[in-house]
Write a protein that binds this ligand. Structure first.
Ligand SMILES: Cc1cc2nc3c(=O)[nH]c(=O)nc-3n(C[C@H](O)[C@H](O)[C@H](O)COP(=O)(O)OP(=O)(O)OC[C@H]3O[C@@H](n4cnc5c(N)ncnc54)[C@H](O)[C@@H]3O)c2cc1C
Length: 407
């Protein structure tokens, strides 16, 4: 269903926003410092989210298909306003679920996406494994191979994935592997690795600078054998796609289906960054109006007030870019200027700018863990790195607006 872009998302979405804000304020924010220090997956919070319906396939599907087009950004902004680490621990599963939705058959979607979430009494996780030690921004150079064993109708996967959110602790992993290295990114295919599959194991778990309540680890694939039915989209579709790609190579065309998928998913990450920025801005505004020096609130100094004016302006601009791109994705508008990448670039940079300013406005207190801006400042740093670094977003935008193969 298509919709007209509106700054009023409607009564239903406003109710969802208020409901999620309550969850973020009452459940997530009070737990944020503890789970940041523990650097562990906050299972009790995910379970609470599952009981309330915040962690469920139905909820994300409902937000995704909301006719306003901005259901997902509204949900992301509120959850990540609560805390980015716990927020990612709650929504990390959607990375795997979206990969199944984008590439799977109806039967595969119906089989695997519910298993990624489980039930409120038996919560499960999903993960999406694309990045590798030698293939981050240059994802086309990935080395993980999937080889077809025609006699058994099985795929055999070998390789090492890294930086995987929920890697090794997820029940269902979606793994991108190369089935034809000569074709680069067009020779990639996505596979579901079902729970308990032999050969998949967790490698190193990373100790991180921020979003520390979210589990990030390597995933090792050592002779992982999967039934043919685990190839997302099926073999026939893959063979057709590979044949077209081989034709494309000869005609020197570049496929852009993967880029279109990124354009649609990046605004959701931008919305997370808006949530982090808004949270830090609110703390800073409150502090600046109550902290007194030289006999007046520090906000009465133009130098302080103007900083807050810039923070608020950038946050609102970032949200507008995110909402525009989300609305475009929901309404199948062509991303002629890489508007999805634009929204993620600007929101990520805004989160870093705002949290840095917020720390400064809190003076010595901003430098301590007594106040949340120190954590928000650390958390914000991920938003210029994952889902494509800021440099890669600029590259994508520059290529889109110029039509040139900018490197
Ligand atoms: C906490 C966390 C969670 C993550 N979760 C996942 C996940 O769930 N699944 C997954 O698959 N991946 C995940 N990632 C991986 C993430 O997407 C990559 O880290 C990111 O794409 C960057 O890749 P890289 O780290 O290899 O950096 P590199 O690609 O090595 O980049 C290093 C630097 O070089 C710059 N650079 C590289 N190429 C160019 C260029 N052409 N022009 C200009 N500058 C360039 C980059 O911008 C960057 O500043 C996660 C990462 C982190 C840190």
């Amino acid at each position: 269903m298509s919709s007209t872009f509106s700054l009023d998302p409607g009564a239903d979405q406003l109710a969802v926003r208020d409901w999620l804000h309550g969850f973020a304020a009452d459940v997530v924010r009070p737990a944020a410092a503890e789970w940041d220090e523990r650097e562990e997956t906050p299972w009790p919070i995910i379970q609470e989210a599952a009981k309330l319906g915040v962690y469920s396939l139905e909820f994300y599907a409902q937000q995704y298909f909301d006719p306003s087009g901005v259901g997902i950004p509204i949900a992301m902004e509120e959850l990540f306003w609560g805390d980015a680490g716990i927020g990612l621990a709650i929504v990390g599963t959607t990375l795997g679920a979206v990969a199944v939705l984008a590439n799977g058959t109806d039967e595969q979607i119906g089989t695997w996406t519910p298993q990624m979430f489980g039930t409120p009494d038996d919560v499960k996780l999903g993960a999406f494994c694309a990045s590798e030690p030698d293939a981050g921004s240059d994802v086309a150079s990935m080395r993980t191979r999937a080889v077809y064993d025609g006699a058994k109708d099985e795929w055999v996967l070998n390789g090492t994935k890294t930086w995987v959110t929920n890697g090794g602790i997820a029940d269902v992993h979606v793994v991108v592997a190369s089935v034809d290295p000569e074709l680069g990114a067009r020779g990639h295919a996505s596979f579901v690795v079902p729970p308990g599959t032999p050969g998949l194991s967790q490698g190193q778990k990373f100790k991180k600078h921020g979003i520390r309540a979210s589990h990030t680890a390597e995933v090792v694939l050592d002779g992982v054998r999967l039934p043919g039915s685990c190839l997302l989209g099926g073999k026939e579709k893959l063979d057709e796609r590979l044949a077209r790609a081989r034709e494309g190579v000869r005609r020197s065309g570049r496929g852009n289906a993967a880029m279109a998928t990124f354009e649609a998913s990046r605004p959701a990450v931008g919305a997370q960054a808006v949530g982090v920025a808004r949270a830090a801005y609110e703390v800073a505004l409150d502090y600046a109006t109550t902290r007194e020096q030289f006999g007046r609130a520090i906000i009465e100094n133009q130098g302080v007030a103007f900083q807050l004016a810039d923070m608020k302006t950038r946050i609102d601009a970032a949200r507008l870019l995110v909402w525009r791109a989300s609305w475009m994705a929901a309404n199948n508008q062509p991303f002629t200027a890489a508007e999805g990448s634009m929204s993620k670039l600007y929101a990520g940079e805004t989160a870093r700018f705002v949290t840095t300013q917020a720390m400064q406005l809190l003076g010595g207190n901003g430098f301590t863990r007594e106040y949340p801006v120190e954590r928000m400042h650390r958390d914000s740093a991920i938003y210029t790195v994952f889902e494509g670094t800021s440099e890669i977003q600029r590259l994508v935008i520059a290529r889109a607006i110029s039509g040139k193969p900018i490197r």
